[in-house]
Design a protein around this ligand. Structure first.
Ligand SMILES: [Fe+2]
Length: 162
């Protein structure tokens, strides 16, 4: 039953963008786990906990995105092979440098933020308020987290220059 009241064709672009966001989030999630495990140095306790908080949050959002795609009567990308092929977030190498990790995560956020805006733009064209509401919430949260990570990185830059 078409309880959503959408013409299915009007959702194609939104679903494509949501699957892109899902793939991006999966690689971002694994980057955070990688950094949670491998971070070293004087910021270990801060960043070990911070990366865990971020991946715990990402795990919830990954599920929400996949289930939104299903709600829109489509199928989420579901295999690691497809995630790696589709993702615009690059898989991080195994590194230990805390600052490089934070800069990498900020770069990942830039990709995610751009993809979220694409989702919202496509959903707006289709009048899909449910997707706009969900992803709009994710977007403002990620923007705020990015500010915090950037503030951390800025202080480190000043200290390095002093
Ligand atoms: Fe852990």
């Amino acid at each position: 039953m078409n309880y959503l009241g959408f013409n299915p064709n009007s959702l194609t672009e939104t679903v494509r963008n949501l699957n892109q966001l899902l793939a991006d989030y999966q690689v971002y999630y694994q980057n955070l786990r990688n950094f949670h495990w491998n971070v070293e140095g004087e910021n270990f306790f801060d960043l070990h906990a911070q990366f865990e908080a971020l991946y715990t949050d990402a795990r919830i959002k990954i599920d929400e995105i996949a289930e939104r795609i299903l709600t829109l009567r489509s199928r989420p990308v579901s295999t690691l092979t497809d995630y790696l092929e589709t993702s615009n977030v690059e898989e991080a190498r195994q590194i230990t440098n805390d600052r490089k990790m934070v800069m990498t995560i900020l770069d990942n956020h830039k990709v995610l933020i751009s993809c979220m805006r694409d989702v919202i733009s496509a959903a707006d064209k289709a009048g899909d308020e449910g997707t706009i509401d969900m992803v709009g919430g994710f977007l403002s949260e990620l923007e705020k987290k990015s500010w915090m990570l950037d503030a951390w990185a800025s202080r480190k830059t000043e200290m390095a220059m002093a």
